[in-house]
Design a protein around this ligand. Structure first.
Ligand SMILES: [Zn+2]
Length: 111
């Protein structure tokens, strides 16, 4: 990749596809759009939406939101298994979660 400059959007989409492979969770569709109440959401039909503002966040916060949302494709709720998996892939995710929840725009949900 040396000498190739990817746009923030391309970098983000690349990150999503890496996580998708890693978690073996394949969304049908990935959408990056303006969202003001949430950082991300996913539908039962496998469509995952991410807030455009994520592109401006540090990679660590992007990773948390991406992994969280992709795991919902396999585990739609926030049960014990979901949290165990999340902790396996994003150790200390709670700290990141708190950073995102105290976002200046007023406590957005990760969904
Ligand atoms: Zn969630």
């Amino acid at each position: 990749m040396k000498g190739v400059t990817l746009s923030p959007m391309e970098q983000f989409r690349h990150r999503v596809s890496q996580w998708s492979r890693r978690l073996r969770a394949q969304p049908r569709q990935i959408v990056v759009m303006r969202m003001t109440r949430k950082w991300a959401s996913c539908s039962s039909r496998g469509r995952v939406c991410f807030a455009r503002d994520l592109l401006e966040l540090p990679p660590r916060q992007q990773d948390y939101v991406i992994a969280h949302e992709l795991l919902h494709l396999k585990h739609p709720n926030h049960g014990r298994v979901f949290h165990a998996l999340l902790s396996a892939y994003i150790p200390r995710w709670r700290g990141v979660h708190e950073q995102l929840a105290s976002d200046v725009q007023g406590g957005r949900l990760t969904s």
